[in-house]
Design a protein around this ligand. Structure first.
Ligand code: IDP
Ligand code: MG
Length: 149
C-alpha cells in the first residue's frame, strides 16, 4: 500500500489544528500507520529539507520547523501521495483550492501548516527518515473493503 509522510508543522500544532488535519485525512479514507509528537532538532530539519538548501527561504524554513513541536505521521492508501497533497492544497495558501487545508486555514507560504511527501519515492525516503520500521503499524481496518476497491 502506498505510504506518505505527513507533518503538522509548528503553526498547525500551536493553532490547535492537529485534530482537524487528522479528521480530514481519516474522513478521506486514508489509513493511519504511525504517529508521534516531537520537537525537531537541527539535524533532522536539515536532512528533511536538504533539497531546499541555498534557497532564499531555507534559513527561515529551518527556524520554522524547529520552532515548536510537530506531529509526524504516516498515512497509507491507494494513491496516498497524490490524495494527501490534494487534501493539503498548493504550497502557497492563496493558490490552494477551496476546501483544502491550506486554503481553509492558512494565508502565507511560510506558515502553511502541513508537509506531505511529493512523490512515491520521496514518501518511502521520508517515512524511513522520520520513523523506525518497528514504529510502523501494519493493520487491517474493518471498513477497508468499503474504502479500498
Ligand atoms: P511543499 O511543502 O508544498 O512540498 P516545497 O516547495 O517543498 O512545498 O517547500 C517546502 C516548504 O518550504 C513549504 O511548505 C513552505 O513552508 C516553505 N516555503 C516554500 N517556498 C517558500 C517561500 O517562498 N517563502 C517562505 N517559505 C517557503
Ligand atoms: Mg515539498
Amino acid at each position: 500500500m502506498e505510504q506518505t509522510l505527513v507533518l503538522i508543522k509548528p503553526d498547525g500544532v500551536q493553532r490547535g489544528l492537529i485534530g482537524e488535519v487528522i479528521s480530514r485525512l481519516e474522513r478521506r479514507g486514508l489509513r493511519i500507520v504511525a504517529a508521534k509528537f516531537l520537537a525537531v532538532d537541527q539535524k533532522l530539519a536539515e536532512t528533511h529539507y536538504a533539497i531546499h538548501e541555498g534557497k532564499p527561504f531555507y534559513e527561515g524554513l529551518i527556524r520554522y520547523i524547529t520552532s515548536a513541536p510537530v506531529m509526524a505521521m504516516v498515512w497509507e492508501g491507494p494513491n496516498a501521495v497524490q490524495a494527501v497533497r490534494q487534501t493539503m492544497g498548493s504550497t502557497r495558501p492563496t493558490e490552494a483550492q477551496p476546501g483544502s487545508i491550506r486554503h481553509d486555514f492558512a494565508l502565507e507560504v511560510g506558515r502553511n501548516l502541513t508537509h506531505a511527501s511529493d512523490s512515491v519515492e520521496n514518501g518511502v525516503e521520508e517515512v524511513n527518515l522520520w520513523f523506525n520500521t518497528e514504529e510502523l503499524v501494519n493493520w487491517a481496518r474493518s471498513i477497508d473493503p468499503w474504502v479500498f476497491e
